[in-house]
Design a protein around this ligand. Structure first.
Ligand code: SF4
Ligand code: SF4
Ligand code: SF4
Length: 135
């Protein structure tokens, strides 16, 4: 679920208790996703539990993921974990001469669920703001 209006959040914590994945927390500005906590399945329980108009009903986050230079494959160590866990097949592996396949992330297909970032053994995948080219 993406956020419709964070300013509507009263920090009541109903969503954090409702989330079956336990990935939500109340931060300074209101509800937030815990970094590295796990994957959003877009089940909608947070929106159903929230008494305010905080959550949108879509199945995409306001962010997308980006793979950094900390990726093991870029350092010559074969790894396809992110590709394997992505429920949207947004990550593909590009062959190259002289080294392991490199992961490529299609931001337009990425929902921002964080399955990849929480599974990456090198902590190489992080959220960035979704640009107009990726909506
Ligand atoms: S939609 Fe995502 S954040 Fe909301 S309750 Fe389900 S798993 Fe948790
Ligand atoms: S899971 Fe992490 S280390 Fe492995 S290929 Fe993906 S970004 Fe690279
Ligand atoms: S955040 Fe989710 S949809 Fe996006 S690349 Fe990672 S696993 Fe795939």
């Amino acid at each position: 679920m993406s956020l419709q209006s964070l300013t509507a959040c009263t920090a009541c914590g109903a969503c954090t208790e409702a989330c079956p994945e336990d990935i939500l927390e109340i931060a300074v500005d209101g509800v937030a996703i815990k970094p590295g906590a796990g994957e959003c399945t877009f089940c909608g329980e947070c929106a159903a539990a929230c008494p305010e108009d905080v959550f949108a009903s879509d199945r995409r986050m306001a962010h997308v993921m980006q793979i950094s230079g900390d990726c093991l494959a870029q350092a010559g160590i074969a790894c396809m974990t992110c590709r394997d866990v992505c429920p949207e097949t947004a990550i593909s592996m590009r062959p190259r001469v002289g080294g392991p396949f490199l992961p490529e992330l299609d931001a337009a297909s990425c929902t921002g669920c964080a399955a990849c970032s929480s599974a990456c053994p090198a902590d190489a995948i992080h959220a960035i703001e979704r640009g107009p080219e990726n909506v």
